[in-house]
Write a protein that binds this ligand. Structure first.
Ligand SMILES: NC(=O)c1ccc[n+]([C@@H]2O[C@H](COP(=O)([O-])OP(=O)(O)OC[C@H]3O[C@@H](n4cnc5c(N)ncnc54)[C@H](O)[C@@H]3O)[C@@H](O)[C@H]2O)c1
Ligand SMILES: [Zn+2]
Length: 372
């Protein structure tokens, strides 16, 4: 198989979230495939993947599972495929091939494949089983876990979707060996967010390992397995307490209100994880301006971003007015006021008198953007 070398001592972990079984650190060419075969349990399976991942990981996995080539449905790699058109094409393909209600979709790829294939599974014949096999760091630490699926619309990203839990998630960190470095750093942005909303110890663990994580293809698989496991535990702990995002799960949006705005105003020229990093820095500056956090927090975030090789600001100055206006299209607006998931300190939500969302005047957001 293509991928990093498995060293002796790489530990495997398994956990459960709302009925989803999550297997971390089992090689896809051995125990990982066995777990998938058992979850399929004789049902008819289709694999959904993209043009990059198909030859690298999906086709070899199909071979091992005995899924024939005709049952591999491939989308063009990239966010541009996360559309209702592509959803229609995939569901039509399944119908044309006679897939029934008792079928299972195996999503092999990054968050785009996971979200789209998950939405196909959520809606096909009112819902069929999905198995998530994430192959990007972002998908392993974030997208594949938690049950959110969906597609983009002209009006914005992820606006059409459903909650649909996978029956199984298999994260094999060895698949990350083929991932371009920039995509790896994209996932590190979300990993940093998880550390920041958890504890100073978690942040230290991540930052201390930055040199090893920067080692490209030479990244130790055991370290990656550890990284993925820590992140999945953090996310599952939060989601287990709040599947539909009414309270604690909002903390997963730290950095995302400004992050999404920066992403859209920069014309999606920066990756999501990079924008979340910039967003976390800006939102820490906002918390300081509102008197909810010490300015030290923004400094700590700046230091961590630098150590992990993530950008501190967009490469071109963005108009604070435009970024401020873009925050208004965030889904997290309630009655016209934008609520942010701010931190008071590492691991400590800023409540500002509210449970997990703090209303932020747009003027303050614009000031923080200008200060970046
Ligand atoms: N559902 C959720 O909770 C959730 C959470 C976070 C993000 N997302 C979504 O995830 C998407 C982003 O996911 P992503 O960053 O994984 O992007 P992606 O799926 O586009 O993958 C990034 C690139 O890496 C390639 N790739 C994937 N695995 C590879 C591998 N092992 N080797 C070589 N190339 C590989 C892909 O073909 C693609 O070109 C966004 O659409 C976002 O909205 C969803
Ligand atoms: Zn995110």
């Amino acid at each position: 198989m293509t991928g990093g070398e498995w060293e002796a001592g790489t530990k495997a972990a398994a956990l459960d979230l709302h009925g989803s079984h999550i297997v971390i650190g089992q090689p896809l060419d051995r125990a990982g495939a066995t777990a998938i075969r058992e979850a399929i349990a004789g049902r008819r399976a289709a694999i959904i993947t993209d043009t990059n991942v198909a030859p690298l990981h999906a086709a070899p996995l199909a071979d091992r599972l005995g899924v024939d080539a005709d049952a591999i449905l491939t989308i063009t790699a990239g966010e541009g495929s996360k559309t209702r058109d592509e959803w229609a094409r995939l569901t039509d393909s399944l119908l044309a091939r006679g897939y029934g209600r008792d079928s299972v979709i195996i999503a092999v790829g990054g968050g785009v494949v996971g979200d789209l294939a998950g939405f196909v599974a959520a809606t096909y014949m009112r819902g069929i089983a999905v198995i998530q096999v994430p192959t990007t760091l972002l998908a392993m630490v974030d997208a594949a876990v938690g049950g959110k699926t969906g597609v983009d619309a002209a009006a914005g990203k992820n606006l059409i979707g459903a909650f649909h839990r996978p029956i199984l998630v298999v994260a094999d960190p060895a698949t990350l060996a083929t991932l371009p470095d920039v995509q790896f750093r994209n996932g590190l942005g979300e990993a940093l967010k998880h550390a920041l909303i958890t504890s100073a110890a978690e942040l230290r663990w991540l930052v201390d390992r930055a040199p090893l994580l920067a080692a490209g293809e030479a990244r130790p698989v055991a370290l990656l397995a550890d990284l993925v496991e820590r992140n999945i535990r953090i996310k599952t702990d939060i989601v287990a307490r709040d599947e539909r995002e009414s309270g604690p799960r909002k903390m997963l949006n730290f950095g995302h209100t400004i992050g999404h705005a920066v992403e859209s105003v920069s014309g999606y020229s920066l990756l999501h994880g990079e924008c979340v990093g910039i967003g976390m820095r800006a939102e820490a500056m906002i918390a300081a301006k509102l008197g909810l956090a010490s300015p030290v927090l923004a400094g700590q975030i700046t230091g961590a971003l630098g150590t992990l090789g993530l950008p501190l600001r967009p490469p071109h100055r963005l108009d604070p007015m435009a970024v401020g206006a873009a925050t208004r299209s965030d889904k997290k607006a309630r009655a016209g006021v934008i609520e942010y998931a701010l931190l008071a300190d590492i691991g400590v939500p800023a409540n500002g008198g509210h449970a997990y969302g703090t209303p932020v005047p747009e003027r303050v957001a614009r000031e923080a953007i200008a200060d970046l």
